[in-house]
Design a protein around this ligand. Structure first.
Ligand code: BGP
Length: 479
């Protein structure tokens, strides 16, 4: 007997910029992710430390072509349906709908594209789950306003929401306002179109932008409910509990503070107000939030219906500088963490911790008592295509099995209401952090390499058949 509810939403998740390609087709405008290059400059641009608002000839921009899902979506959704997907999470590219970011009239070609994609899902009984904004700020608005540095972004975002809510009402029930909203504190250009100028108080700029996104999110929730009664709108957090590196109370305190960087967002979106510690923190840091009475009222009125999150790894923190120096995760990690000596890691150094998923689920439910949705989880790995074309990705199956098992325990032993699970990247796509194709998550292999070579042919990996069985048995058979 399966421990998963009968209507549990099994599926996969993608983002427009990481799979569609066709970056200027049918009137689409340039967006932040289009100018984030592959190679050594990527992180500096993604963090907002290196200004790049246009493309140049020296760099490669993986989002321009990606896996050309813009032309292959029917084939790809048919393969998702073959696996038995109940839900498909994708994002709508803002500049396909409003090429300048705040146009008075939406671009019909963009609206029609997503309508056809949604219809294709519905044809197979797949529930569409739409991320309104997934690392996506129109370049025109970055030039005009400095991205989310400016409050006028709220109205532009609501224009975008109005266009898509009005068009897709009756077809799309589940919506997410911003992908991994807390990532704007780390990858500020990707998350909010921020580029830091000389002498600017970066912390203040980030928190102001965070506040505008939080208000925009709350207003979008309200608007969605008005235009589409019955719609379910969620927030989306890059989750992963911070563990204290030791039981030294100072480490425990440091880990609690690190978690608060994330709760700042979900507390506001789920409870409709900033917690008192957040105000105190900002006061101590000298951060002046541009927050009006109207903003506070909007936040109260626009609390989310459910909490969604991505989970790849847990994190750990210490108060001791020597420990930090010794265990700090090497490389250009997007989020600070120490290496946990009890855990193994992926080839990209992401530590694998299924128990951490259970801890994260419990903690979020204890805190908010709202339904949860895991909208990203998966393993980025190098896949080898055998001579006969098969791909034996047991490592991926092992990772997913362990996390699904943890999820099952959460439901059966802890009683957490979980709406569904969309693993990240059911089809190989461009990596957000590195821009690589080589870092593959999918059940479906796409013939394309880091340099852009390949036929784009799609192939089923062993995990494809495994996930199909998992869904067919509603999570009962994970063998
Ligand atoms: C999340 C993003 C996704 C996705 C995923 C995997 O942060 O929401 O867009 O890419 O992480 O990360 P990566 O592609 O860097 O391996």
């Amino acid at each position: 007997m399966s421990v998963f509810p009968e209507n549990f939403l099994w599926g996969g998740a993608t983002a427009a910029n990481q799979c569609e390609g066709a970056y200027l087709t049918d009137g689409r405008g340039l967006s932040s992710v289009d100018v984030v290059p592959f190679g050594p400059d990527r992180m500096a641009v993604a963090r907002g430390q290196l200004k790049m608002l246009a493309c140049d000839a020296e760099h490669i921009y993986p989002a321009h072509d990606a896996i050309d899902m813009y032309c292959h979506y029917k084939e790809d959704i048919a393969m998702f349906a073959e696996m038995g997907f109940k839900v498909y999470r994708f994002s709508i590219s803002w500049t396909r709908i409003l090429p300048a970011g705040d146009d008075d009239h939406p671009n019909e070609a963009g609206l029609a594209f997503y309508e056809s994609l949604i219809d294709e899902c519905l044809k197979y009984g797949i529930e569409p789950l739409v991320t309104i904004c997934h690392f996506d700020t129109p370049i025109a608005l970055i030039e005009k306003y400095g991205g989310w540095k400016d409050r006028r972004m709220i109205d532009a975002y609501l224009k975008f929401c109005t266009a898509i809510f009005t068009r897709y009402k009756g077809k799309v029930k589940y919506w997410l306002t911003f992908n991994e909203i807390n990532m704007l504190l780390h990858l500020s250009f990707m998350g909010a179109g921020l580029v830091f100028e000389e002498g600017e108080d970066e912390q203040e700029v980030k928190y102001r932008a965070a506040h505008y996104e939080i208000v925009a999110s709350a207003k979008a929730v309200k608007l969605a409910h008005e235009i589409m009664p019955g719609a379910m709108v969620g927030c989306m957090l890059a989750a992963g509990q911070y563990y204290p590196f030791t039981c030294n109370p100072d480490d425990v305190y440091t880990a609690m503070e690190a978690d608060r960087d994330n709760y700042f967002f979900t507390d506001a979106q789920a409870r409709g107000a900033y917690p008192v510690w957040a105000w105190k923190r900002m006061e101590r840091a000298g951060i002046r939030l541009d927050c009006t009475e109207e903003d506070l009222a909007a936040m109260k009125e626009g609390t989310v219906d459910f909490i969604s999150f991505s989970y790849y790894a847990s994190r750990s923190a210490s108060a001791d500088p020597e420990t930090v120096a010794k265990y700090r995760k090497p490389g250009n990690a997007a989020i600070f963490s120490l290496l946990n000596p009890y855990l193994k890691a992926s080839e990209w150094g992401w530590q694998i911790d299924p128990v951490g998923l259970r801890i994260t689920l419990n903690t979020l439910y204890d805190r908010y008592q709202k339904p949860l949705f895991i909208v990203e989880n998966g393993l980025g790995a190098v896949d080898k295509v055998e001579e006969d074309g098969s791909i034996h990705d047991n490592y991926r199956i092992d990772y997913l099995r362990a996390h699904i098992e943890a999820m099952g325990k959460d439901i059966s032993e802890d009683g957490v209401p979980l709406l569904g699970y969309t693993m990240w990247g059911p089809i190989n796509l461009v990596s957000a952090s590195t821009g690589e194709m080589k870092k593959r998550y999918g059940f479906i292999y796409v013939d394309k390499d880091n340099d852009g070579n390949g036929t784009l042919e799609r192939r089923r990996k062993d995990s494809f058949y495994w996930y199909k069985k998992v869904i067919a048995t509603n999570g009962d058979d994970l063998s």
